[in-house]
Design a protein. Structure first.
Length: 486
Protein backbone atom coordinates (compact mmCIF):
# COMPACT_ATOMS: atom_id res chain seq x y z
CA UNK A 1 0.00 0.00 0.00
CA UNK A 2 2.87 2.37 0.88
CA UNK A 3 4.53 1.65 -2.48
CA UNK A 4 1.28 2.44 -4.30
CA UNK A 5 0.98 5.72 -2.39
CA UNK A 6 4.52 6.69 -3.35
CA UNK A 7 3.87 5.78 -6.98
CA UNK A 8 0.70 7.87 -6.90
CA UNK A 9 2.60 10.87 -5.56
CA UNK A 10 5.27 10.46 -8.22
CA UNK A 11 2.67 10.27 -10.97
CA UNK A 12 0.89 13.35 -9.59
CA UNK A 13 4.15 15.28 -9.35
CA UNK A 14 5.06 14.23 -12.87
CA UNK A 15 1.76 15.45 -14.23
CA UNK A 16 2.22 18.77 -12.46
CA UNK A 17 5.73 19.14 -13.85
CA UNK A 18 4.44 18.37 -17.32
CA UNK A 19 1.99 21.27 -17.23
CA UNK A 20 2.69 23.88 -19.89
CA UNK A 21 2.38 27.62 -19.29
CA UNK A 22 -0.86 27.48 -21.28
CA UNK A 23 -2.23 24.76 -18.96
CA UNK A 24 -1.30 26.73 -15.85
CA UNK A 25 -2.72 30.00 -17.12
CA UNK A 26 -5.91 28.41 -18.35
CA UNK A 27 -6.44 26.90 -14.91
CA UNK A 28 -5.60 30.07 -13.01
CA UNK A 29 -7.58 32.29 -15.36
CA UNK A 30 -10.74 30.23 -15.05
CA UNK A 31 -10.49 30.31 -11.26
CA UNK A 32 -10.09 34.10 -10.94
CA UNK A 33 -11.01 34.01 -7.24
CA UNK A 34 -11.26 37.77 -6.73
CA UNK A 35 -13.22 38.56 -9.90
CA UNK A 36 -16.75 38.96 -8.51
CA UNK A 37 -15.59 40.81 -5.42
CA UNK A 38 -13.51 43.28 -7.39
CA UNK A 39 -16.14 43.94 -10.04
CA UNK A 40 -18.97 44.29 -7.56
CA UNK A 41 -16.96 46.87 -5.61
CA UNK A 42 -16.20 48.81 -8.80
CA UNK A 43 -19.75 48.84 -10.11
CA UNK A 44 -22.07 48.67 -7.09
CA UNK A 45 -19.99 50.65 -4.59
CA UNK A 46 -18.27 53.15 -6.89
CA UNK A 47 -20.66 53.19 -9.86
CA UNK A 48 -20.32 55.26 -13.03
CA UNK A 49 -16.86 56.77 -13.49
CA UNK A 50 -16.55 60.02 -15.44
CA UNK A 51 -13.04 61.54 -15.40
CA UNK A 52 -12.81 64.52 -13.08
CA UNK A 53 -15.42 63.19 -10.64
CA UNK A 54 -14.98 61.75 -7.13
CA UNK A 55 -16.23 58.38 -8.44
CA UNK A 56 -13.34 58.23 -10.92
CA UNK A 57 -10.88 59.10 -8.14
CA UNK A 58 -12.25 56.21 -6.08
CA UNK A 59 -11.97 53.92 -9.11
CA UNK A 60 -8.29 54.84 -9.48
CA UNK A 61 -7.70 53.86 -5.86
CA UNK A 62 -9.64 50.63 -6.51
CA UNK A 63 -7.27 49.86 -9.37
CA UNK A 64 -4.17 50.55 -7.28
CA UNK A 65 -5.40 48.33 -4.44
CA UNK A 66 -6.48 45.51 -6.78
CA UNK A 67 -3.19 45.50 -8.70
CA UNK A 68 -1.20 45.33 -5.47
CA UNK A 69 -3.37 42.52 -4.10
CA UNK A 70 -2.89 40.61 -7.37
CA UNK A 71 0.90 40.75 -6.98
CA UNK A 72 1.71 43.57 -9.39
CA UNK A 73 5.09 45.28 -9.34
CA UNK A 74 5.77 49.01 -9.68
CA UNK A 75 2.08 49.81 -9.16
CA UNK A 76 1.51 53.50 -9.75
CA UNK A 77 -0.60 56.16 -11.43
CA UNK A 78 0.25 58.42 -14.36
CA UNK A 79 -1.50 61.79 -14.78
CA UNK A 80 -3.77 62.47 -17.76
CA UNK A 81 -4.94 65.98 -18.59
CA UNK A 82 -8.44 66.54 -19.92
CA UNK A 83 -9.41 69.90 -21.39
CA UNK A 84 -12.65 70.14 -19.41
CA UNK A 85 -14.90 68.45 -16.91
CA UNK A 86 -18.57 67.66 -17.50
CA UNK A 87 -21.63 66.27 -15.74
CA UNK A 88 -25.32 66.35 -16.56
CA UNK A 89 -27.75 68.34 -14.49
CA UNK A 90 -31.45 67.61 -14.17
CA UNK A 91 -32.40 67.62 -17.86
CA UNK A 92 -36.06 68.40 -18.44
CA UNK A 93 -37.81 68.10 -21.83
CA UNK A 94 -41.55 68.64 -22.37
CA UNK A 95 -43.89 68.84 -25.33
CA UNK A 96 -45.96 71.98 -24.71
CA UNK A 97 -48.24 71.87 -27.78
CA UNK A 98 -50.47 70.70 -29.38
CA UNK A 99 -50.69 68.40 -26.34
CA UNK A 100 -48.64 68.49 -23.19
CA UNK A 101 -46.52 65.61 -21.96
CA UNK A 102 -43.17 65.03 -20.34
CA UNK A 103 -40.42 63.52 -22.50
CA UNK A 104 -37.82 61.24 -20.96
CA UNK A 105 -34.51 62.61 -22.22
CA UNK A 106 -30.82 63.04 -21.48
CA UNK A 107 -28.20 65.42 -22.77
CA UNK A 108 -25.40 64.27 -25.03
CA UNK A 109 -22.05 64.42 -23.30
CA UNK A 110 -19.52 67.23 -23.12
CA UNK A 111 -22.00 69.89 -24.26
CA UNK A 112 -22.78 73.26 -22.70
CA UNK A 113 -25.92 73.98 -20.68
CA UNK A 114 -28.87 75.15 -22.75
CA UNK A 115 -32.40 76.40 -22.17
CA UNK A 116 -35.20 77.00 -24.67
CA UNK A 117 -37.65 79.93 -24.51
CA UNK A 118 -40.46 79.35 -22.02
CA UNK A 119 -42.91 78.78 -24.88
CA UNK A 120 -40.66 76.15 -26.41
CA UNK A 121 -39.32 75.80 -29.95
CA UNK A 122 -40.93 74.23 -33.03
CA UNK A 123 -39.89 70.69 -33.93
CA UNK A 124 -39.03 69.69 -37.51
CA UNK A 125 -38.72 66.05 -38.55
CA UNK A 126 -35.49 65.50 -40.54
CA UNK A 127 -35.89 61.76 -41.05
CA UNK A 128 -32.65 59.91 -40.47
CA UNK A 129 -30.63 63.10 -40.74
CA UNK A 130 -29.11 62.56 -44.18
CA UNK A 131 -28.15 65.58 -46.25
CA UNK A 132 -31.19 65.16 -48.50
CA UNK A 133 -33.46 64.91 -45.43
CA UNK A 134 -32.22 68.27 -44.17
CA UNK A 135 -32.55 69.77 -47.65
CA UNK A 136 -36.21 68.72 -47.84
CA UNK A 137 -37.06 69.98 -44.35
CA UNK A 138 -38.75 73.39 -44.17
CA UNK A 139 -38.40 76.14 -41.57
CA UNK A 140 -35.46 74.65 -39.66
CA UNK A 141 -34.09 78.01 -38.55
CA UNK A 142 -34.70 78.38 -34.84
CA UNK A 143 -36.23 74.89 -34.61
CA UNK A 144 -35.34 71.57 -33.00
CA UNK A 145 -34.32 68.99 -35.61
CA UNK A 146 -35.78 65.56 -34.76
CA UNK A 147 -33.59 62.70 -36.02
CA UNK A 148 -34.94 59.15 -36.36
CA UNK A 149 -32.99 55.94 -35.66
CA UNK A 150 -33.26 52.20 -36.09
CA UNK A 151 -33.04 49.94 -33.07
CA UNK A 152 -29.45 48.86 -32.51
CA UNK A 153 -28.79 45.17 -33.17
CA UNK A 154 -25.27 44.76 -34.59
CA UNK A 155 -21.77 46.21 -34.28
CA UNK A 156 -22.36 47.90 -37.64
CA UNK A 157 -25.38 49.69 -36.18
CA UNK A 158 -23.24 51.02 -33.34
CA UNK A 159 -20.54 52.29 -35.70
CA UNK A 160 -23.19 53.86 -37.93
CA UNK A 161 -24.47 55.91 -35.00
CA UNK A 162 -21.00 57.38 -34.44
CA UNK A 163 -19.80 57.68 -38.02
CA UNK A 164 -22.80 59.71 -39.20
CA UNK A 165 -23.19 62.01 -36.21
CA UNK A 166 -20.65 64.63 -37.26
CA UNK A 167 -22.42 65.09 -40.61
CA UNK A 168 -25.84 65.36 -38.94
CA UNK A 169 -24.52 67.99 -36.58
CA UNK A 170 -22.97 69.94 -39.46
CA UNK A 171 -26.24 69.84 -41.43
CA UNK A 172 -28.25 71.02 -38.44
CA UNK A 173 -25.92 73.97 -37.94
CA UNK A 174 -25.86 74.74 -41.66
CA UNK A 175 -29.67 74.95 -41.82
CA UNK A 176 -29.96 77.07 -38.68
CA UNK A 177 -31.51 74.52 -36.29
CA UNK A 178 -31.17 75.59 -32.67
CA UNK A 179 -30.83 72.05 -31.28
CA UNK A 180 -30.73 68.38 -32.27
CA UNK A 181 -32.98 65.72 -30.72
CA UNK A 182 -32.05 62.11 -31.49
CA UNK A 183 -34.61 59.34 -31.02
CA UNK A 184 -33.07 56.60 -28.85
CA UNK A 185 -31.84 53.46 -30.59
CA UNK A 186 -33.14 51.39 -27.64
CA UNK A 187 -36.77 50.54 -26.93
CA UNK A 188 -38.70 50.55 -23.66
CA UNK A 189 -37.72 54.08 -22.60
CA UNK A 190 -34.07 53.07 -22.23
CA UNK A 191 -31.74 56.07 -22.20
CA UNK A 192 -28.03 56.07 -22.76
CA UNK A 193 -25.02 58.33 -23.13
CA UNK A 194 -23.93 59.41 -26.59
CA UNK A 195 -21.10 61.83 -27.28
CA UNK A 196 -21.89 65.44 -28.12
CA UNK A 197 -18.22 66.25 -28.60
CA UNK A 198 -15.66 64.05 -30.32
CA UNK A 199 -12.93 64.91 -27.84
CA UNK A 200 -12.51 66.35 -24.35
CA UNK A 201 -13.50 69.88 -25.48
CA UNK A 202 -16.94 71.20 -24.59
CA UNK A 203 -19.30 71.65 -27.58
CA UNK A 204 -21.70 74.59 -27.54
CA UNK A 205 -24.50 72.99 -29.58
CA UNK A 206 -27.53 71.64 -27.63
CA UNK A 207 -28.04 67.92 -28.28
CA UNK A 208 -30.34 65.45 -26.55
CA UNK A 209 -31.55 61.88 -26.76
CA UNK A 210 -35.28 61.28 -26.43
CA UNK A 211 -36.76 58.02 -25.18
CA UNK A 212 -37.75 56.03 -28.26
CA UNK A 213 -41.44 55.83 -27.43
CA UNK A 214 -41.67 59.59 -26.76
CA UNK A 215 -39.65 60.48 -29.84
CA UNK A 216 -41.80 58.36 -32.11
CA UNK A 217 -44.96 59.83 -30.59
CA UNK A 218 -43.66 63.30 -31.51
CA UNK A 219 -42.87 62.07 -35.03
CA UNK A 220 -46.40 60.72 -35.43
CA UNK A 221 -47.88 64.04 -34.33
CA UNK A 222 -45.75 65.85 -36.91
CA UNK A 223 -46.72 63.33 -39.62
CA UNK A 224 -50.37 64.01 -38.82
CA UNK A 225 -49.84 67.69 -39.56
CA UNK A 226 -49.67 68.90 -35.96
CA UNK A 227 -47.30 71.74 -35.03
CA UNK A 228 -45.25 70.41 -32.14
CA UNK A 229 -43.33 72.66 -29.76
CA UNK A 230 -40.81 71.44 -27.19
CA UNK A 231 -39.47 73.22 -24.13
CA UNK A 232 -36.14 72.05 -22.69
CA UNK A 233 -33.76 72.80 -19.85
CA UNK A 234 -30.35 71.14 -20.02
CA UNK A 235 -28.39 72.47 -17.03
CA UNK A 236 -25.13 70.64 -17.74
CA UNK A 237 -22.28 71.45 -15.38
CA UNK A 238 -19.00 72.16 -17.14
CA UNK A 239 -15.64 73.11 -15.74
CA UNK A 240 -12.08 73.83 -16.70
CA UNK A 241 -9.18 71.41 -17.23
CA UNK A 242 -8.97 68.41 -14.92
CA UNK A 243 -6.34 65.80 -14.15
CA UNK A 244 -7.32 62.14 -14.15
CA UNK A 245 -5.06 59.08 -13.83
CA UNK A 246 -4.06 55.94 -15.68
CA UNK A 247 -3.35 53.07 -13.30
CA UNK A 248 -0.30 50.95 -14.13
CA UNK A 249 1.25 47.72 -12.84
CA UNK A 250 4.06 45.51 -14.14
CA UNK A 251 5.50 42.05 -14.10
CA UNK A 252 9.19 42.48 -14.79
CA UNK A 253 10.77 40.51 -17.63
CA UNK A 254 13.55 38.03 -16.81
CA UNK A 255 15.68 38.51 -19.95
CA UNK A 256 14.46 41.61 -21.77
CA UNK A 257 12.99 43.83 -19.06
CA UNK A 258 13.19 46.89 -21.32
CA UNK A 259 10.87 45.37 -23.92
CA UNK A 260 7.14 45.54 -23.19
CA UNK A 261 3.81 43.92 -23.87
CA UNK A 262 0.90 46.15 -22.83
CA UNK A 263 -2.51 44.80 -21.89
CA UNK A 264 -5.09 47.43 -21.07
CA UNK A 265 -8.76 48.27 -20.67
CA UNK A 266 -10.47 51.54 -19.88
CA UNK A 267 -11.50 52.16 -16.30
CA UNK A 268 -13.73 55.16 -16.97
CA UNK A 269 -17.39 54.86 -17.88
CA UNK A 270 -20.54 56.92 -18.21
CA UNK A 271 -22.72 57.25 -15.17
CA UNK A 272 -26.32 56.46 -16.16
CA UNK A 273 -25.52 52.84 -15.28
CA UNK A 274 -22.55 51.54 -13.32
CA UNK A 275 -20.22 50.71 -16.21
CA UNK A 276 -20.21 46.93 -15.82
CA UNK A 277 -20.09 45.79 -19.47
CA UNK A 278 -18.42 49.00 -20.62
CA UNK A 279 -15.87 48.47 -19.35
CA UNK A 280 -15.66 47.37 -15.72
CA UNK A 281 -15.67 43.68 -16.63
CA UNK A 282 -12.52 44.14 -18.70
CA UNK A 283 -10.79 46.31 -16.13
CA UNK A 284 -11.31 43.34 -13.81
CA UNK A 285 -10.00 41.07 -16.60
CA UNK A 286 -6.69 42.98 -16.72
CA UNK A 287 -6.28 42.63 -12.97
CA UNK A 288 -7.14 38.93 -13.01
CA UNK A 289 -4.75 38.30 -15.92
CA UNK A 290 -1.95 39.72 -13.80
CA UNK A 291 -3.01 37.62 -10.83
CA UNK A 292 -3.16 34.47 -12.98
CA UNK A 293 0.35 34.91 -14.37
CA UNK A 294 1.73 35.66 -10.93
CA UNK A 295 -0.13 32.76 -9.26
CA UNK A 296 1.10 30.37 -11.95
CA UNK A 297 4.66 31.19 -10.94
CA UNK A 298 5.60 32.39 -14.43
CA UNK A 299 8.06 35.18 -15.19
CA UNK A 300 7.95 36.28 -18.83
CA UNK A 301 10.98 36.99 -20.99
CA UNK A 302 9.81 40.60 -21.46
CA UNK A 303 8.07 42.98 -19.09
CA UNK A 304 4.27 42.97 -19.13
CA UNK A 305 2.65 46.29 -18.36
CA UNK A 306 -0.98 46.20 -17.20
CA UNK A 307 -2.85 49.50 -17.67
CA UNK A 308 -6.29 50.77 -16.69
CA UNK A 309 -6.83 53.78 -18.94
CA UNK A 310 -8.87 56.84 -18.11
CA UNK A 311 -10.74 59.05 -20.57
CA UNK A 312 -11.49 56.44 -23.26
CA UNK A 313 -15.03 57.73 -23.60
CA UNK A 314 -13.63 61.16 -24.50
CA UNK A 315 -11.94 59.49 -27.49
CA UNK A 316 -9.01 57.64 -25.96
CA UNK A 317 -7.48 60.50 -24.01
CA UNK A 318 -5.82 58.19 -21.47
CA UNK A 319 -4.23 55.81 -23.96
CA UNK A 320 -3.07 58.77 -26.06
CA UNK A 321 -1.44 60.17 -22.93
CA UNK A 322 0.23 56.78 -22.35
CA UNK A 323 1.81 56.86 -25.81
CA UNK A 324 3.13 60.37 -25.06
CA UNK A 325 4.44 59.50 -21.59
CA UNK A 326 6.11 56.32 -22.89
CA UNK A 327 7.04 57.62 -26.32
CA UNK A 328 10.70 56.68 -25.92
CA UNK A 329 9.65 53.05 -25.23
CA UNK A 330 7.43 52.53 -28.27
CA UNK A 331 10.25 51.07 -30.35
CA UNK A 332 10.52 48.46 -27.60
CA UNK A 333 6.79 47.82 -27.22
CA UNK A 334 6.15 44.42 -28.76
CA UNK A 335 2.36 44.49 -28.70
CA UNK A 336 -0.72 46.06 -27.15
CA UNK A 337 -3.90 44.08 -26.35
CA UNK A 338 -7.32 45.26 -25.21
CA UNK A 339 -10.84 44.00 -24.55
CA UNK A 340 -13.75 46.47 -24.77
CA UNK A 341 -16.94 44.71 -25.90
CA UNK A 342 -18.54 43.37 -22.75
CA UNK A 343 -18.71 39.64 -22.04
CA UNK A 344 -19.91 38.19 -25.35
CA UNK A 345 -17.77 35.27 -26.49
CA UNK A 346 -14.36 36.26 -27.87
CA UNK A 347 -14.19 34.89 -31.41
CA UNK A 348 -10.71 36.13 -32.21
CA UNK A 349 -8.84 39.38 -32.68
CA UNK A 350 -8.67 42.40 -34.91
CA UNK A 351 -5.03 42.95 -35.83
CA UNK A 352 -5.31 46.64 -36.62
CA UNK A 353 -4.79 46.22 -40.36
CA UNK A 354 -1.57 44.19 -39.92
CA UNK A 355 -1.63 41.22 -42.32
CA UNK A 356 1.91 40.32 -41.24
CA UNK A 357 0.59 39.43 -37.77
CA UNK A 358 -1.84 36.73 -38.91
CA UNK A 359 0.67 33.87 -39.01
CA UNK A 360 2.47 34.53 -35.70
CA UNK A 361 -0.76 35.20 -33.78
CA UNK A 362 -2.34 32.05 -35.25
CA UNK A 363 0.65 30.08 -34.03
CA UNK A 364 0.51 31.60 -30.55
CA UNK A 365 -3.21 30.79 -30.22
CA UNK A 366 -2.77 27.11 -31.09
CA UNK A 367 -2.37 25.91 -27.45
CA UNK A 368 -5.73 27.48 -26.50
CA UNK A 369 -7.69 26.62 -29.64
CA UNK A 370 -10.37 24.97 -27.48
CA UNK A 371 -11.55 28.48 -26.56
CA UNK A 372 -12.60 29.08 -30.17
CA UNK A 373 -10.91 32.48 -30.40
CA UNK A 374 -8.86 31.82 -33.52
CA UNK A 375 -10.62 34.00 -36.11
CA UNK A 376 -8.32 36.91 -37.01
CA UNK A 377 -9.36 40.02 -38.92
CA UNK A 378 -7.16 42.70 -40.47
CA UNK A 379 -9.56 45.61 -40.13
CA UNK A 380 -8.68 48.84 -38.34
CA UNK A 381 -11.01 51.15 -36.45
CA UNK A 382 -11.30 54.18 -34.21
CA UNK A 383 -13.07 52.52 -31.34
CA UNK A 384 -10.98 51.95 -28.27
CA UNK A 385 -7.60 52.29 -26.59
CA UNK A 386 -5.57 50.50 -29.24
CA UNK A 387 -6.01 53.44 -31.63
CA UNK A 388 -2.98 55.52 -30.68
CA UNK A 389 -0.77 52.43 -30.54
CA UNK A 390 -1.90 51.66 -34.10
CA UNK A 391 -1.13 55.23 -35.21
CA UNK A 392 2.30 54.86 -33.61
CA UNK A 393 2.96 51.67 -35.58
CA UNK A 394 2.88 49.32 -32.58
CA UNK A 395 1.35 45.85 -33.23
CA UNK A 396 -2.06 45.84 -31.57
CA UNK A 397 -4.80 43.30 -30.93
CA UNK A 398 -8.43 44.02 -30.04
CA UNK A 399 -10.68 41.16 -28.97
CA UNK A 400 -13.53 40.58 -31.42
CA UNK A 401 -16.61 39.49 -29.51
CA UNK A 402 -20.18 38.42 -30.14
CA UNK A 403 -22.72 41.14 -29.42
CA UNK A 404 -24.52 39.08 -26.72
CA UNK A 405 -26.25 41.62 -24.42
CA UNK A 406 -23.75 44.41 -24.98
CA UNK A 407 -25.50 46.68 -27.47
CA UNK A 408 -28.81 47.12 -25.71
CA UNK A 409 -26.97 48.01 -22.49
CA UNK A 410 -24.21 50.08 -24.10
CA UNK A 411 -23.76 53.40 -22.23
CA UNK A 412 -27.25 52.86 -20.83
CA UNK A 413 -28.84 53.01 -17.40
CA UNK A 414 -29.12 49.21 -17.63
CA UNK A 415 -25.33 48.62 -17.78
CA UNK A 416 -25.06 47.02 -14.34
CA UNK A 417 -23.31 44.14 -12.58
CA UNK A 418 -26.14 41.65 -13.15
CA UNK A 419 -25.58 41.80 -16.93
CA UNK A 420 -22.09 40.27 -16.72
CA UNK A 421 -21.66 36.69 -18.00
CA UNK A 422 -19.11 35.49 -15.45
CA UNK A 423 -18.45 32.00 -16.90
CA UNK A 424 -17.65 33.60 -20.27
CA UNK A 425 -15.60 36.36 -18.64
CA UNK A 426 -13.45 33.73 -16.90
CA UNK A 427 -12.68 32.19 -20.29
CA UNK A 428 -11.63 35.64 -21.52
CA UNK A 429 -9.36 36.04 -18.51
CA UNK A 430 -7.71 32.70 -19.24
CA UNK A 431 -7.24 33.70 -22.87
CA UNK A 432 -5.92 37.15 -21.95
CA UNK A 433 -3.47 35.77 -19.39
CA UNK A 434 -2.16 33.15 -21.80
CA UNK A 435 -1.86 35.33 -24.90
CA UNK A 436 -0.28 38.24 -23.02
CA UNK A 437 2.27 35.91 -21.45
CA UNK A 438 2.93 34.15 -24.76
CA UNK A 439 3.61 37.45 -26.52
CA UNK A 440 5.94 38.52 -23.73
CA UNK A 441 7.73 35.18 -23.52
CA UNK A 442 8.16 34.43 -27.23
CA UNK A 443 11.80 34.30 -28.39
CA UNK A 444 10.88 36.50 -31.37
CA UNK A 445 8.97 39.77 -31.43
CA UNK A 446 5.44 39.60 -32.84
CA UNK A 447 6.25 42.04 -35.61
CA UNK A 448 8.13 45.27 -36.29
CA UNK A 449 6.98 48.74 -35.38
CA UNK A 450 5.73 50.38 -38.55
CA UNK A 451 7.08 53.72 -39.76
CA UNK A 452 4.97 56.69 -40.84
CA UNK A 453 4.84 55.67 -44.49
CA UNK A 454 3.71 52.13 -43.63
CA UNK A 455 1.02 53.49 -41.29
CA UNK A 456 -0.23 55.85 -44.01
CA UNK A 457 -0.54 52.89 -46.39
CA UNK A 458 -2.39 50.87 -43.75
CA UNK A 459 -4.79 53.75 -43.12
CA UNK A 460 -5.65 53.98 -46.81
CA UNK A 461 -6.00 50.23 -47.33
CA UNK A 462 -8.30 49.75 -44.34
CA UNK A 463 -10.27 52.98 -44.96
CA UNK A 464 -9.32 54.10 -41.49
CA UNK A 465 -9.01 57.58 -42.97
CA UNK A 466 -12.81 57.74 -43.31
CA UNK A 467 -13.20 56.97 -39.63
CA UNK A 468 -10.52 59.46 -38.58
CA UNK A 469 -12.39 62.14 -40.53
CA UNK A 470 -15.77 61.12 -39.09
CA UNK A 471 -14.36 61.36 -35.56
CA UNK A 472 -12.66 64.71 -36.25
CA UNK A 473 -9.19 63.14 -35.85
CA UNK A 474 -7.86 63.50 -39.39
CA UNK A 475 -6.19 66.87 -38.80
CA UNK A 476 -4.53 65.59 -35.63
CA UNK A 477 -3.06 62.71 -37.67
CA UNK A 478 -1.99 64.73 -40.72
CA UNK A 479 -0.47 67.50 -38.58
CA UNK A 480 1.57 65.04 -36.55
CA UNK A 481 -0.19 65.89 -33.29
CA UNK A 482 -1.33 62.29 -33.02
CA UNK A 483 0.58 59.25 -34.26
CA UNK A 484 4.10 58.55 -35.50
CA UNK A 485 5.82 61.43 -37.28
CA UNK A 486 8.62 59.56 -39.08
Amino acid sequence: MRILNVLGLLLFSGSMLAQTPADKLMAEGQQSPTLEKNLRALTDEIGGRVPGTPAMDRAVQWGLDAFKAAGGENVHTEPVQLAASWSEGNTQVDVVSPVRFHVRAVSLTWTKPATSPIGGLPVVDVGFGKTEDFEKAANLRGAIALVHSNTMKTWDDLFEEYLTQKDKLAEARKHGATALAFISTRPQDLLYRHVGSFNDQIDSYPQMILAREDGERIARLLAAGQKVRIKYSIPNRVGGPVTSQNVVAELRGREKPDEFVVIGAHLDSWELGTGALDNGCNSALVIEALRAIKAAGLQPRRTIRFVLFTGEEELNVGSFAYTRTHHAELDHTVAMLTWDEGTGKTTGFSLGGRKDLVEPVTRLLEPVKQLGAGTLTTDAFVGTDNMDFLLEGVPNLVANQEEANYLVNYHASSDTYDKVDFPQLRKHIALAAYLTFALADSPERLGPRQDRKQIETLIQETHLDDQLKAFALWTAWTSGKRGRTR
